[in-house]
Design a protein around this ligand. Sequence first.
Ligand code: G16
Length: 582
Amino acid sequence: MSATTAPVTSLTVNTRVYEGQKPGTSGLRKAVKVFQQEHYTENFVQAILQALGDQLIGCTLVVGGDGRFYGKEAVAKIIRIAAANGVGKLIVGQNGILSTPAVSTIIRKYKTQGGIVLTASHNPGGPDADFGIKFNCDNGGPAPDNVTNKIYEITKTLQCYKIIPDISIDIDKIQNISIEVDGRPFTIDIIDSVNDYVELMREIFDFASIKKLLQDSADKPAFKVLINSMNGVTGPYVKRIFSELGVDDTSLVNIKPLEDFGGLHPDPNLTYAKDLVNAIKEGPYDFGAAFDGDGDRNMILGKKAFFVTPSDSLAVLAANLKLIPYFQKTGIKGYARSMPTAAAVDRVATKNGAKFFEVPTGWKYFGNLMDVGDLSLCGEESFGTGSDHIREKDGIWACLAWLNVIAGLGKSVENILLDHWKVYGRNFFTSVPLLLFQISELIIGSRYDYENCDSASADKMMQSIETLIQKPEFIGRKLQHGGKEYIVKQADNYSYTDPVDSSKATKQGLRILFVDGSRIIFRLSGTGSSGATIRMYIDSYENDPATLEKDAQLVLKPLINIALELSELRQYTGRDAPTVIT
Ligand code: G16
């Protein structure tokens, strides 16, 4: 439906500066109550628009989010402020719903100047939980540091914002509305949230062979999947895609997006997606997948809840990309991972003679490499996997990629992993203790998280580790535990120079690299909404066939203890155990 409404005029509203509107790893994330303060959201949106500079007048932007509490209010504010600032057109997801990968898809497909994503990703939602606003650029990817710094600088001096208070649009209805604003045309296109993304998935994957895998046939029973959207934004996308693949609703769980995610913490890991883990452990399923609030993270499980670490998931997909039609067409240009991610994919790159890149934590660092055609597949330990089909990590894409590979190889998830390790060796990646010093209770995971620590203590701990590892005599030092010895080869605070535009990112995490390729890494999270979260990552490589199937906790125990002793983490944080097991 199309409609034209009466001309309107913009107003300028005086505001006051809010401290701390500095985007973190991926956008501005704060408690809902912070965003609800008078002018707070308006200021940040105004700053995003002003940062567009010459591109602003007449531009097209995409707007949508993960459906969490305050999302619709934020969309209404963005419409009013964008109209007043001279934006030409907004493409808005129906009900304000667009997954993060869908925003990236739509920006690229319709060649818009960018998009505003309303999400705090995997953080909980609801009036007492978190909200977030993120800007994506015209390549569809999260704004790089130079853009977020520009936005932040604007927030520090903002005196006023422009708005049209009386525009009120029903975003629950698919429609196209034209309004004359200050004599200029302004259009709002409310679109189906799912269509463009699903169309892209059909172009990338072999839907016919996945469908065959998922159906009963004369020669084999259906490969049974259980998909859990954690009441986040992926529900409608999962429903549309998996219905098309012949999977019935009983195998699709939590697929209604809810403002508070039904009380779930929508982070697909072994802690917060425990329901999925238990259902797969006990049920008849061959495969399980869960996604986070905004649909860019994924967790993959095999039969009996065999856990695929995100680092292994990346490496397995890298080794089997040729089974996916998209890569048969585009070829494989190169692989990349974030620095703390285990180095499993590096070995696939070496074996295939493909380009390989290590970047700091944050999907935004992959964008340039994809834009110049050097990168096809990348991933992060934080349950992010994706390719150059868009410029965001993509949960449903990862799930379909696995199903496409399984259909091609005709093997179980576990056997795919075992065979992969036989060829490439295995990167054991941190085990996570329930109680740090009761090793019998360790379970396999990818990272230790100590959430919501006192920021000053966390900073002090990082400072003390940095001082220690920067002493010249630290290099060559032998660190021992439980009869295992590791010799320090290199230690630093990681910095990165982008090979495309030479921009630099410094202080990206403390790294201790050992002669045998093992690594200990400490960094502070950039996605929390309060306090500090310390992340401790441990990566150890083994290629002895006798070790490949060993319990990860036993292999990693010495290195875990070395990391805990060296960092004095317990003393600084007063924590005996991590908050989260991922
Ligand atoms: C965001 C970024 C990811 C990054 C993660 C790290 O994830 O998009 O690229 O790996 O943050 O988070 P932290 O700084 O807390 O370790 P998401 O899914 O929250 O957008």
